[in-house]
Every structure is written in C-alpha cells, then in structure tokens.
Design a binder for this molecule. Sequence first.
Ligand code: ADP
Ligand code: MG
Length: 546
Amino acid sequence: MKIFAKDTWAKLAIVLAILCLFAGMFKLLFEMKYQAVVAAKRSDLQIAASNLDLQLNFRLVALQMLATDSEIMSMDPESIERELVRAVKVMGFFNAVVFDTNGNFIAEGIPARHIGQVYDQQSFAKVLQGQSVISGRIISSDLNSAYISLRVPIENAEGEVIGVLVAGLPINKIDQFVEQKFTKEKDYIFVLDHNARFIKHPNLADIYPESEAYLKYKDLFFKSSSGEIFDVAIFDGVEKLYIYTTLEKAEWRIVSATSKKLLYSSVLQAMIPDVLLMLLLLVIIGLAYRIVYQTQRYKAERENMRVDRLATVSLIAAGLAHEIRNPLTAIKGFVQLMARKSDKPAQPAHLHIMLTEIERIERLTNEFRMLARPPRPPQYKQLDLVSIIQDVILLIERQAAEKGIKIQFQAEAAGQDQLFWPILVDAEHSPEGAFCVRGDEGQMKQVLLNLLRNAMEAIEVGGNIRITISKKEHHVIVAVKDTGTGISQEILDQIGTPFFTTKESGTGLGLSLCLSIIQQHGGKIEINSVSNVGTMISVFLPEASG
Ligand code: ADP
Ligand code: MG
C-alpha cells in the first residue's frame, strides 16, 4: 500500500527549483571569480611593467646625467672614452658609444664589442630632436649578443644637439628585471619590441629567430596600448589568455600569458570556499524545510485525527442514548416497584438484573469517555484482543442493528494453528487469553472501530459483518469481512493515502490512522476486496504469549 504519492511531484519540483537556483548561483559565482582572477593577473602584469619601467628609466636618467658631463660634452674621443669605460662597468651595459649627429662613430667603452654604426635609425632621429629613447632589439651575431640601446642626446651649452650617447643593455639583463614568479610554464610574461620581436620570453632560445607564422600575430598586441586577447594559440597550440600593456619609455608590449586550463582551475579553486558555503546553506535550508514541513504535517494529522475521532464519537453518541435508556427503564421499573412495596425486602433476582444493567451502563460510558478523550501517549501492555473486540462491538451493535446489519464474531478453535482453514467457534466460547498481543488499548480499539465503521458504511442496508480472530506464524490475525460495496482496483491503489476518501463526509484518515497504529505495533494490514461482493481487511499483530 502506498502511504504517500500525492506530494511526490511537488517535492520533485522543489528539488528541481533548488537545483536551478544552485546552478544559477554557481554560474554567477564562476563569472565573479573569473573576473577577480583576471583582474589579479592584470594587476600582476602592471606591477611587472612598472618594475621594468623603473629599471629602464633609472638607466636612462643616469645616461642623461652622463651626457651633461663636461668631458662628454667636449666631444673629444679620448676624454669620452675614459668616461664611457666607467659607465659601462658601473651600470652593466653591453657597451656605450658616442656618435656625432651624422651617426659617425666618435668613441666607445668596450672596443672589444665594437659598434661602429647606428642601428634603428628611426629612434636615432628622435634623439637628434632632443628626446631620450629606447630602441628595439638589436642583434649583431646571435642571441648572446642581443641588446637594446638607450639613447640620449648630448647638448652643448646652447641646448643644441651635438652628439648621441648610446648604451646597449643585453636582453638577458631585461630578463632579470621581470619578476621571477612569471616564469612558470603555463603562466609567464614576455616582452616584445615595437616590431613584435621578443626581448624577453622564457623559451626565447627555442623561438628565435621568429618565424613568419608567428609574425602574422604581431598586430594582435599593437591594436591598442593595452588589452586582452583570449582563445588564441600562438606558438604551442595551447589556447591562452594574453593580457598586454605598454611601457612608459619604450614602444614595447609587456604581455602575460596564462593557459585556459590553468585559468579555469584557478577560478575553480577560488570558488571552493564559496561553494562549500552554498552547500552548507542548502543543507540548512533543507533541514529548515523538513522541520517546518514535519511540524505542519504533524499539526494537520493531529487536527484530522480529532475530526475523525469526533465523527466516531458522534456516530456512537446517538446510539449511546438508546443504549442507556433501555437499562435505565428497567432499573427505574424495579426501583418504582420497590418503592411501592417498601415493606417487603427487594427480591435478589431483581437486584441482580439492576446490577447487571448498571454495569452495562458503566461499561458503555467508560468506552465512550475513552474515545472522546484527546489522545495521550500510547501505553503498551498485554491485551486480550477477544475482549477488546467485544467491547468495540458493544459500542457499535446498536447502529448496526438499526441498519439491519448483523455482526458476528468468531474465534479459531484452540490447537488449530497449523490448519489451512481454521475451525471457528463463537468467540464467547474461546478461552480467555487465547489471543494476546502487546499494545495500547485505546489505539487498538480505535483501529477496530475504524474498520467496523468502514464496513458498516460500505453496506447500504441489511448485510453481514463477520469478525474472525485466528493465529498464524506467531501472529494474531483479526479479519473484518463485510458484504458491502467492495473496493475497485483503482480505489484500492489509493487507499491508505491520508485524506483519500470516497465519502461525502469522510475524512480519509481512518485507514491511514489504522495503518500507522498497526505499523507502530510491528504489524501489517492486508486488504482483499471484490466490487459489489464485499471487503475483508486483515490486521496482523505479533503474538504475545498469554
Ligand atoms: P473515510 O472512511 O473517512 O472515507 P478511511 O480512511 O476510513 O476514510 O477510508 C478510505 C476509503 O477507503 C473510503 O472512503 C472507502 O472508499 C474505502 N474503504 C475503506 N474501507 C472500506 C470497506 N470496508 N468497503 C469499501 N470501501 C472501503
Ligand atoms: Mg473510515
């Protein structure tokens, strides 16, 4: 039997909604973290660019100061050479040379690395106009002799340019200026001159000389002075995120390259704490929902149990009045008789009848009180099911009789445990304590009353309700069989679902209450029914030794 089913869809919808919400939050979080990771990369690049700028600038300023030295300004080769030898030593230059304004060689610091001509005429021309500039990459023989040159004008007292002071800085020096933390394989920085030739790259030796295929990417980094390029694989077939910016003094680009894989994995790593927090939140929401839902359900159940109990009580109340009137009439008659013949002692037979009738009234009112009372915590004790069933029949037989329904109660004869078809005898004759279970008396009566009520309600007029009690495999079985409308297969599937009813004034709780009580008692309920023939509901309960 299904206990739930109705709200499964609602639950599924809620779970789906929460999942969607979670996915949405995840996406948002991913985007936020992605932005944060890229922003961190950009700021790292900016720091590297500033450092490089600082290093170059510092050397450029030193050269500018040197250019104002009187020995240099004299343009006398010998005095110039003396100064240049010193400068090269102090500042780690590749070589330092002075040219005149026509580009003719005047003097140099290291004759062994003789540089007799001007490379990069374009920047040379700028110096002649009084600017200090930094050239692109210059290679005289191979990468080991590759350098860039810092150029400052030499001016006379009138401010006219009379020569150019040029100092070469080996590109491996520049490599040292850029922070080391960028030299990882999947995450590094490279520097390009204005022709997109490499000045610094962690794999420069492998890349040099730059291939034609590479040079076609040149413009990528020169569209603007700074920017981002995504999804391009330039050298190694690995798609990367490139972030680039320009240096202050040189028309170079300093670029950070991060492989997509590394990028995403750092984004995911950054997300871990937040995702954990989200999961925790989800668990808390789930728990809160469960608590709220369960309290609501519990409240609804209690409320409906009350309604169901009231329905049972009012059914019995009407009959109860009749039930009490009859013995009262009898008692009244005897008392009147006694009052009239006050001189004679009362007859023992009359007194006996009066007592029996009074006891009957007592029992009836007791049963009624128990049902009308609100539920209390169950109290388990040894119960004799036969006497409990007899009590319940007492409560209901009046209404049954009014509808022309006969109630029959039979018990399996002792010692018949193994037989397939038990031999039944009138329950009155069954020995006391033959069918014992452990349970709560009030709940057990409630179950039987509900089953009997349903049986009576299923019979329109005139019929039979047969209650049998038997034993099988250490279980006591109480079966309530009626000759009512029966239950169609369609309805059978839904029976026991709380609030399922086919009756206009039904609560749909009787059977679910029975189910929950019997389950708590370690038993089960079976339903057999044939439409238009009748229904048999069997309650199985673990036997307690009498
Ligand atoms: P209610 O009696 O308030 O409708 P129940 O949970 O007691 O609620 O019963 C649920 C439904 O099961 C009933 O509405 C009826 O359709 C069906 N039912 C239960 N017992 C019987 C029976 N003995 N014969 C026919 N139908 C029954
Ligand atoms: Mg009912």
